[in-house]
Design a protein around this ligand. Structure first.
Ligand code: ATP
Length: 522
């Protein structure tokens, strides 16, 4: 797909998400807040289905896993020991003209001609500036553009009123130089960027009424540390033996420099993390084992393997303590980007907390009479990124032709029934026929304790199907005159079941409906 059609596709997805209640801008009525999103009635069901299935697969269906739910705010000592206070930062650069901030490693390489100026002066007053400044001019651009950006920079940094008229700003000592793949200029206006500075991504606050350094706390930037600091508690209370894992799902916060790509990079998000503790000699093999498990998981929620790119992070690019890291990336319309990281973190985390707390977070193997610090493999996935991947994967605009030969666009979300926010739509053929309505309501009540259902009696059946297609409901059930026995006893208590993807319809008995649906959605 071309870049443009990918951008269009993303726009359509964002618009559908708003229109159908999947995702809203946070605090929208006040203009929103960059990097924060709210999930509407459909979004929250989708996200919940994802988290529930992850929990089922990784905790309930396994003997070697337990769950926990740690607090978001923890003792600051945790983040000192883990290294986050010192090093959880991204390199940041600012545009010298507009002050817009970028993550230094995300500035795209650009080529062109750099215009250097040693300073500027006013042609009508005594004001001068000896600040050096440069602008990148892309090939084919008018040279006056570079000079205009430079004049704007000097005018803006002059004392008030000294150089408000750009025409009076004289640029000093212009010289040029060709550049290839430089990342030192703002891609939007060509203005020079500052040198990179480290920006710590942890949100800060204070616990208690005193805003002192002693009371400083952080909103957790990952859920994992709560697992490490509870290792002993969980070990002592769960009686698990190595290898075993602890799983957790919860909010994490990062003050991202450039939130972007819709919910993909947010400042508040949810993670689904596993710390799988093991003996050192098993670490590498278990990393490959978890890679396979996680790929299978994505397949089971409707994201095919072919759409996931596994990147084996090479030596030198991994965190210094990691002996193996895989990034799992998905083909989003805005580019191939990370969904999950699977890292073999050795004994780095537990050892760091042992050293800082002085507490025994080690493991005693009774059979072998050995005491050691376990190693750990960490599959760490993002709830919001996976939810977005599910929506992107499911979205389709199909051209369909009706019985009269008229074609129209059908917007449909092909969610796996397991993930679909609403599992079944239930319609009486006519809303003014009490027997039809009563029967449809009866089916709703029968199914409601077991799955999310939606009752709809408004408009023509075809319109109601389209509404369910747009939110990805895999099945629709219509109660008609056959159902209530008006066309003979053999068809009584049967309904029309319509399949979202094929749009095929079949007749099914009401008594078999629940069991059949449960099989599809589990
Ligand atoms: P990135 O390189 O994209 O910033 P990361 O490698 O720092 O991500 P991890 O620290 O490995 O991410 O976090 C594990 C997972 O948490 C990611 O794979 C992603 O799914 C999710 N995640 C991390 N940061 C964000 C964010 N800002 N918004 C949404 N999800 C995030």
């Amino acid at each position: 797909m071309s870049k443009d059609s990918n951008a269009q596709r993303m726009e359509k997805i964002v618009s559908l998400c708003k229109r159908r209640g999947f995702v809203f801008q946070s605090s929208e009525i006040y203009g929103g807040l960059n990097g924060f999103w709210d999930y509407g009635p459909m979004g929250v069901e989708l996200k919940r289905n994802l988290k529930d299935f992850w929990w089922r697969r990784n905790v309930r269906e396994r003997d070697d896993m337990v769950g926990m739910d740690g607090s978001i705010i923890m003792n600051r000592a945790v983040w000192k020991a883990s290294g986050h206070e010192e090093t959880f930062s991204d390199p940041m650069v600012d545009c010298l003209l507009t002050k817009v901030r970028f993550r230094a490693d995300q500035v795209p390489p650009q080529s062109g001609t750099i215009f250097y100026f040693s300073g500027a002066k006013s042609s009508i007053s005594s004001w001068t500036s000896d600040k050096a400044f440069s602008v990148l001019l892309k090939k084919g651009d008018n040279v006056e553009r570079a000079r205009k950006v430079a004049r704007q920079f000097y005018a803006q940094s002059s004392p008030e009123g000294a150089a408000t008229d750009l025409a009076t700003v004289e640029l000093l000592n212009e010289r040029t130089e060709d550049a290839t793949d430089t990342t030192k200029f703002n891609p939007e206006n060509g203005a020079q960027l500052t040198e990179p500075r480290d920006f710590n991504l942890m949100f800060k606050s204070h616990a208690g009424p005193l805003e002192s350094e002693d009371n400083k706390v952080y909103l957790r930037p990952e859920t994992a540390q709560a697992i490490f600091v509870n290792f002993r508690n969980v070990l002592d209370t769960s009686r698990k033996k190595l290898p075993f894992g602890i799983a957790q799902v919860g909010k994490a916060f990062r003050n991202e420099i450039n939130p972007r790509n819709y919910t993909f990079r947010s400042r508040e998000f949810e993670q689904m993390e596993i710390e799988y503790f093991c003996r050192a000699e098993d670490g590498l093999a278990l990393t490959d084992y978890w890679l396979e498990q996680r790929l299978k998981f994505y397949e089971d929620i409707g994201i095919p393997r072919a759409k996931i790119h596994v990147v084996d992070i090479p030596d030198g690019d991994r965190a210094f303590y990691s002996k193996k890291t895989y990034d799992l990336e998905y083909e989003f319309p805005f580019g191939i980007s990370e969904l999950e990281g699977i890292a073999y973190r050795t004994d780095y985390d537990l050892s760091a907390h042992i050293a800082a707390s002085g507490k025994p977070l080690d493991y005693f193997d009774q059979e072998k009479n050995e005491k050691f610090v376990p190693h750990v493999v960490e599959p760490s996935a993002g709830v919001d990124r996976t939810t977005l991947a599910l929506i992107c994967e499911a979205f389709e605009e199909e051209t369909v032709t009706d019985d009269n030969g008229k074609s129209e666009i059908r917007t449909v979300l092909h969610f796996h029934p397991r993930m679909a926010p609403v599992k079944v739509g239930i319609f009486p053929l006519l809303k003014n026929k009490p027997e039809l309505v009563a029967k449809a309501r009866e089916i709703v009540e029968q199914l409601r304790p077991h799955m999310m259902v939606q009752y709809d009696e408004v408009g023509a059946i075809g319109r109601r199907y389209r509404r369910q297609d747009e939110i990805g409901t895999p099945f629709c059930v219509t109660v008609d005159f056959d159902t209530i026995g008006e066309n003979g006893p053999e068809k009584a208590d049967t309904v029309t079941l319509r399949h979202r993807d094929s749009m095929q319809q079949e007749r099914m008995s009401i008594s078999g409906l629940k069991a059949w649906l449960l099989e599809q959605v589990n």
